[in-house]
Ligand binder design. Structure first.
Ligand SMILES: [Zn+2]
Length: 443
């Protein structure tokens, strides 16, 4: 008896250990699993993706505007019609509005200027004596008096915002920065952080700056007027749209969460077909597909607002996650620009350039579907970033390099490829299928 009991105990222990260690691997590698997985991804409907795209690309979906709200409403209705309870996560974000006009008038100077403004430059209308302030460093201001005056500064190695702050501390009312070479001084930023402490700042080309410097150096005091109008920071409202599929299998349930996301806003004047109605429409189709599939993990479908203004939607989403949710989130798939016919090959990008759960699952899926693996590269310019920073395995899927008309009115639906959209949909759904052990029969 004793001997038999020992054998029985051993067998019981053996089967428990086997059950704990091996079934996942063996089921996922089995022909039955492959067949169910293949059947599942064959169900993906590219026409559904395309009809979502048609709806989304009727107008630009600029963050904080009614058109973004309309897109959010469309997503909500679509998800609800698939049976999801939809969560709307509202948030505010700041948007810097570039000045409507800016000018520099120099008394007695023969000629005019076309200064450029910096992002986060403040408004102002101020007149005063123009002073050569060298490189605009503390040591420069020890030698000259700029109180109540306008500083003319040559840009060297110091950051723009620091030059503006140093001039302000020295008492200047405005600053003119000119550049040491022919580089164009447009679209440069002072950064948000010190906005409240800035004085009006304008940028001049090397030529303009040199001429102005020569004029100032002639001897007699030179008066100038700097005017910047319409620059401001606005507070705007946006929202994330969230649909959650709970684990629906009885067996092998796991409390991990798989996240699949895409931003649905676009830049101004662009229908944003590639960027990023493409990712949005694919995630919507994945939500439809996974709704009724038994999975052993929770899957969350995330549609982010205000990505183009600084990843605000994804930052908001991650900041609202509890420590426990972050710990349970094992993979985040971010789809951004996944359909352009004229972009490069499909790329998978992570913040450290290293592989993680997401890239490995996707590369394996691509090998099975297309016969090649995809090398993971570095990329940080989309909504996977806050997830990575929170310690979650996250990756961006993008056809890279991106098309030429990225962020222009020419980013239209005609320039998307159904094959490319479907390819990404297949890779992601195959990966998620595998990660959620969807082929294990329900008990
Ligand atoms: Zn984008």
């Amino acid at each position: 008896m004793a001997r038999n009991r020992m054998l029985f105990s051993f067998l019981l222990l053996f089967s428990i250990v086997m059950a704990a260690c091996s079934p996942k691997a063996s089921i996922v590698d089995s022909p039955e699993f492959d067949q169910t997985q293949n059947e599942f991804i064959e169900e993906l409907d590219v026409e559904k993706i395309h009809s979502s795209l048609k709806e989304l690309t009727k107008k630009p979906r600029v963050a904080g505007t009614n058109s973004e709200i309309r897109a959010a409403a469309f997503l909500t209705v679509q998800l609800q019609s698939e049976g999801y309870e939809v969560e709307v996560q509202p948030f505010d974000f700041e948007k810097y509005i570039m000045p409507e006009s800016k000018s520099l008038v120099v008394e007695g100077f023969d000629g005019s200027f076309s200064p450029a403004s910096f992002q986060y430059s403040v408004d102002g209308n101020t007149s005063g004596q123009l002073v050569d302030a060298g490189y605009g460093l503390k040591s420069d201001y020890k030698k000259i008096d700029v109180k109540g005056k306008i500083a003319l500064v040559a840009v060297d190695k110091t950051a723009f915002y620091e030059l503006v702050l140093l001039a302000s501390e020295a008492g200047a009312k405005a600053i003119l920065l000119y550049f040491p070479d022919e580089s164009e001084s447009t679209n440069w930023t002072l950064g948000r952080e010190h906005f409240e402490d800035f004085i009006p700042a304008l940028a001049l080309t090397y030529d303009e700056g040199k001429k102005l410097l020569d004029f100032v150096k002639k001897g007699s005091p030179v008066n100038a007027t700097v005017e910047i109008e319409g620059a401001r920071i606005e507070k705007l409202a946006s929202q994330n749209i969230i649909a959650t599929k709970k684990p629906t299998k009885v067996a092998d349930v796991n409390d991990d969460i798989i996240l699949i996301g895409a931003h649905y806003d676009s830049v101004d004047k662009a229908p944003g077909a590639s960027d990023n109605a493409s990712g949005t429409a694919v995630v919507l189709e994945l939500a439809r597909m996974f709704k009724t599939l038994p999975t052993n993990k929770e899957i969350r479908f995330l549609f982010f607002g205000a990505e183009e203004e600084g990843l605000h939607g994804s930052k908001k989403y991650v900041s609202a996650m509890s420590k426990d949710e972050i710990k349970r989130s094992s993979a985040m798939f971010n789809l951004d620009m996944v359909g352009s016919a004229d972009a490069g090959n499909l790329a998978i990008q992570t913040l450290d350039g290293w592989d993680n759960i997401v890239t490995k699952a996707a590369s394996k899926a691509n090998e099975e579907l297309n016969g090649t693996s995809i090398e993971t590269t570095f990329g940080d310019r989309s909504d996977h970033t806050p997830f990575h920073n929170a310690g979650i395995d996250a990756a961006l899927f993008i056809y890279d390099p991106v098309e030429e008309w990225y962020h222009t009115p020419n980013d239209t639906i005609e320039k998307l490829s159904k094959d490319r959209l479907l390819n990404v949909a297949k890779i992601i759904s195959s990966s998620v299928f595998e990660l959620t052990f969807s082929a294990i029969p329900e008990e």
